[in-house]
Design a protein around this ligand. Structure first.
Ligand code: DLL
Length: 434
């Protein structure tokens, strides 16, 4: 399984890597200073020039960039290149307010496919594979990024896009798909539909899953691998930084390797903005080192993870971050207790008989916040005696209470009660404001 797409960079010594990062950082800082008034003006207010950054450790002097900066600059305000040099535009999924708009030069597209090729190979894809991409081909980055990376490796790519689940299964069987690319929740849904419609994963040729774009636990991974027979790797990224290709798991599945020769990562305390020690969880902050059209400088991802520089058994020297289970903004507070949706998933999937479909509903009763966890259970469950159902429900409530520190109400629902999505699953519905 262990093959490395670009050993020269993926296994570079840490000293060489830091040297390369600093050289590229200097170029990037000069590039944005000269070409993006937003950065130049902010630095001018701080009396800061690119030359004042004399080492990687000086980077903290540069202000952070946040999503609101992209929204305020909508659509092209953070571009460092004129549109005539930009060959592709993508945008984030949130269309309620201004989406964040990304541009790619020809060089950026080449960098992006290189990074996604590393993702594909680390997860186990090879030139002789057939990859079905079940991310949406549209404004968002998932499909186009992984498409280019897989093609670069020489994999045969099927741009299946999202939706039409039966057709996805048919393609998977008839086109002999070996690599499946999509969100973990959608792949889980695919396995449900397969069961109902007479597709047996044992008859399919699937062997590798490259899954991401949403948080998912190791418990969900185990379920997916058992059901599909494939090895599922986590792939992480965000549009502002480049899209997929930011980081990826190798066969060892112990943290996601960050493409550090193109991206500088920092981990900060989200409250204070100060760096946290190695391994400790904080907010991931990224600076692009080679992007031309829209470089990002100290971009606060909102994603929480810890970073480790320990060498990995796969041979890569690239730092690894822990799986991203939560964002700074998806934590909810119920009666003073901080709750992350991923900790609920971890508990539910540890419980035998629980289906991996759940939704958390927050609501208000009088002036008190309440939390209800709806979880699907197999239909056979409902033929059991009421007493048995109740005792199972109480068992789940108790397990959740031990993990979360508050006791949610658990409601067992029949299969398919919880809405399915072909993209990112909606795990939390907050009705408290209405
Ligand atoms: O989701 C890019 C992507 C596409 C990554 C396909 C991987 C595969 P955005 O739509 O901008 O970009 O959403 C980025 O999604 O800040 C995380 O909160 C979340 N996210 C992405 N991948 C993971 C993952 C793409 N593997 C936001 N685990 C990020 C947990 C993830 N969260």
């Amino acid at each position: 399984m262990n093959e490395i797409w670009n050993p020269e960079y993926e296994t570079m010594s840490r000293d060489e890597l830091r040297e390369l990062q600093f050289k590229r950082l200097q170029m990037t800082l000069r590039w944005v200073y000269e070409n993006v008034p937003f950065h130049r003006e902010r630095w001018a207010n701080l009396k800061l020039k690119p030359g004042d950054i004399r080492s990687l450790d000086d980077l903290h002097k540069v202000p952070f960039t946040v999503k609101a900066d992209f929204k305020a600059a909508y659509p092209y305000g953070l571009f460092a290149l004129p549109l005539e040099k930009v060959v592709r535009v993508h945008a984030s999924s949130g269309m309620m307010s201004n989406p964040t708009v990304m541009g790619y030069s020809r060089g950026d597209l080449s960098t992006w496919s290189e990074l996604c090729a590393r993702v594909a190979v680390a997860g186990g894809a090879r030139y002789h594979d057939v990859a079905q991409i079940a991310f949406e081909y549209g404004l968002t980055t998932g499909a186009f990024g992984m498409h280019a990376g897989l093609e670069r490796v020489g994999v045969t790519v099927i741009p299946a896009s999202t939706g039409n689940t039966i057709r996805q299964l048919q393609i998977m069987r008839d086109f002999e798909t070996t690599v499946l690319v999509g969100t973990p929740s959608y792949v889980m849904h695919l396995t449900d539909v397969a069961l109902e419609s007479g597709y047996d994963f044992k008859d399919l040729k699937l062997r590798v899953g490259l899954l991401g774009s949403e948080p998912w636990t190791n418990q969900l991974r185990t379920r997916l691998e058992e059901r599909t027979g494939m090895s599922a790797c986590d792939i992480y990224g965000l549009s502002e930084v480049i899209g997929p290709g930011v980081s990826f798991e190798c066969w060892n599945k112990d943290g996601l390797h960050i493409n550090e020769d193109h991206l500088l990562v920092e981990v900060i305390d989200p409250e204070t903005g100060e760096p946290v020690p190695e391994g400790k969880e904080g907010e991931l902050v990224f600076t692009s080192l080679t992007k031309e059209a829209v470089p990002v400088i100290r971009y606060r991802s909102g994603d929480l993870a810890g970073v480790s520089y320990r060498p990995c058994v796969c041979g890569r020297t690239l730092a690894r971050h822990s799986k991203v289970y939560a964002r700074t903004d998806d934590m909810f507070v119920i009666r003073g207790v901080n709750v992350y949706p991923a900790s609920i998933e971890a508990v539910l999937l540890d419980i035998e008989k629980a289906e991996p479909h759940y939704q958390v509903i927050l609501y208000r009763e009088g002036s008190l916040d309440q939390i209800e966890v709806q979880m699907e259970v197999a239909p056979s469950f409902f033929s059991d005696a009421v007493r048995k159902l109740q005792s199972f429900q109480q068992h789940v409530e108790e397990r959740l209470r031990q993990e979360l520190g508050i006791r949610p109400r658990v409601r067992l629902v029949e299969p398919k009660t919880i809405p399915r999505s072909s993209g990112v699953a909606r795990r939390v519905v907050d009705n408290r404001g209405v």
